[in-house]
Design a protein around this ligand. Structure first.
Ligand code: H79
Length: 501
């Protein structure tokens, strides 16, 4: 492209984006479906499963993601040279290209497994840390895009059995997390960079079709093998399903989903696994969710509850801006702090989603020291405040300027991130609401807080207000939770005459 054309394209982009609301540039409400289609390979499970496994998923609140594989050895650098700007992310380091990439890098990478021997790895230590942080489920990478299997799969030699470590890491993880009562989900990327049978495009020639059929059979074998080896797992978290080779196999993936579910009743699968026969991913051509929960919230959060259409969902989040596998060097990057992460956690649970925080352990089996610190701080906060996180649901209240609401039965929680200068937290509630706050306290403190009805009498206002007064000497350097009971109003909003204009 010439310089002139590039500039024109750039200006066009700016012109288009200037017309859109800020949020629409990265995500937004689902597109409205105007025309219904006949669909053969639509959803298999009901839109809102109510079985025990799904109710458990709904109650998790906080999860842990672990990205661990061969990419942990380089940790986003090689022989002192950083892969930043050369590879898309630390777990993508195999695809490092450009002037700073080491010579014969792909070959070096594909032989790194011969060094994988994490001497410090102790699955029990990780599981204990996750438990102390307050995670209710873990998603563990069994195989990322590089194709390396962290379990001794029968279907490929590129697996943990052929490393100096030898032992089945997936089993160690499953056993340790099971023992802590943390539900295990297995991350599985379909695409494989190093598999000659894998292609990203649609198979066209006879030879390509044979390869593709072999690859699909291989994927099916591995998934059935995982279910057979680790029967206590609760679900899969799929990735790498966007290539045409997978998208065009809608009949195969539909049947495979049925088979996995038959093999493992209660299995939970997100919307990233497959698409319908028209190639629509996550949601079919009629807008119905494919799978049990929406799996599109990767490093982003929905701004508005309405965007979710009432579906279950999770959001997966990195601690650095991007990079899921071990990144030795965090310098010069914005590293999310505990308050950032708690803000995202409460954002998610206030909209019925789970927040899944990613950890990328190093090649020896140690978490990054920064991850250790954050896990500890989140855990300390959860010890006091987890009541506002677990098993809570969205509540239809006007948004609060101070933080996020969550609700559990007759309890209303407001997690305060923005404390007002007058220490008065004003709760707006619809005038016709059946239940209103009738008492208030802080989580972690027995003292009763003063709660008064502030009927402001604003003209045409559909809301009335309840004021919670914080003691002036109450100190907080972290967000805090006001817990309220919802009950019958003692006083009603007065009916005032309308103002004349
Ligand atoms: O496992 C983590 C990521 O490695 C994985 N999903 C999370 C959970 C992931 N794989 N791909 N992506 C995320 C999106 C990648 C997009 C890009 Fe590219 C990589 C943009 C530029 C490089 C692929 C290659 C798409 C365009 C070129």
């Amino acid at each position: 492209m010439t310089m002139k054309k590039l500039c024109t394209a750039g200006m066009l982009l700016i012109a288009i984006s200037a017309k859109l609301p800020a949020w629409a540039q990265w995500s937004g409400p689902k597109e409205k479906i105007t025309e219904k289609k006949e669909i053969k390979y639509g959803p298999i499970t009901p839109a809102h499963r109510t079985d025990e496994a799904m109710e458990r998923f709904r109650d998790y609140g906080l999860g842990q993601f672990i990205h661990w594989g061969i990419y942990a050895i380089p940790g986003n650098e090689w022989e002192g040279v950083s892969a930043r700007n050369g590879a898309a992310a630390s777990e993508w380091i195999r695809s490092w290209r450009g002037p700073r990439a080491p010579k014969d890098w792909t070959k070096t990478y594909d032989n790194l497994y011969k060094q994988f021997d994490p001497k410090d790895f102790d699955a029990k230590r990780w599981a204990k840390q996750a438990k102390d942080m307050g995670a209710k489920y873990v998603i563990f990478t069994t195989k990322h895009h590089d194709g390396f299997a962290m379990w001794p799969t029968k279907y490929s030699d590129y697996n943990i059995r052929h490393t100096p470590y030898k032992k089945d890491i997936v089993k160690e993880i499953v056993d340790a997390y099971d023992a802590e009562g943390i539900d295990v989900y297995l991350y599985f990327s379909i695409l494989e960079w190093n598999n000659p049978d894998y292609m990203s495009s649609e198979p066209k020639t006879e030879e390509e079709k044979r390869k593709s059929a072999r690859f699909l059979a291989y994927t099916r074998n591995q998934l059935l093998e995982l279910l057979e080896n680790y029967p206590s797992i609760k679900g899969f978290w799929f990735d790498g399903t966007w290539d045409r080779s997978w998208v065009q196999a809608a009949e195969f993936t539909y049947n495979l989903e049925k088979e996995l579910r038959a093999q493992h009743p209660g299995l939970i699968i997100g919307s990233r696994f497959r698409n319908d026969e028209y190639g629509k991913r996550h949601f079919d051509s009629n807008g119905n969710l494919l799978g049990d929960y929406e799996q599109g919230w990767e490093r982003k959060l929905p701004q508005d509850y309405s965007w979710l259409n009432g579906n279950d969902w999770d959001a997966v989040m990195t601690i650095p801006p991007n990079g899921w596998g071990y990144m030795k060097d965090w310098s010069g990057l914005y590293i999310k702090d505990t308050n950032d992460l708690l803000d995202m956690l409460m954002h998610c649970v206030s909209m019925n989603g789970n927040f899944v925080l990613n950890f990328g352990p190093d090649g020896q089996g140690n978490m990054h020291p920064g991850e250790d610190r954050l896990a500890k701080e989140i855990g300390e906060w959860m010890t006091v405040n987890s009541e506002a996180v677990y098993g809570v649901r969205y509540i239809d209240l006007p948004l609060s300027k101070y933080g996020y609401y969550t609700k559990k039965e007759s309890k209303l929680y407001l997690t305060v991130f923005n404390r007002p200068v007058n220490n008065r937290i004003r709760i707006a509630i619809q005038k016709d609401a059946e239940a209103v706050p009738v008492d208030a306290k802080l989580l972690g403190d027995a003292a009763v807080l003063t709660l008064t009805h502030a009927d402001m009498g604003l003209d045409r206002d559909k809301n009335t207000y309840y004021d919670v007064q914080l003691p002036a000497d109450f100190k907080a350097d972290k967000p805090f939770v006001i817990k309220m009971t919802l009950g019958t109003a003692k006083s009603r909003a007065e009916r005032l005459m309308d103002a004349k204009m």
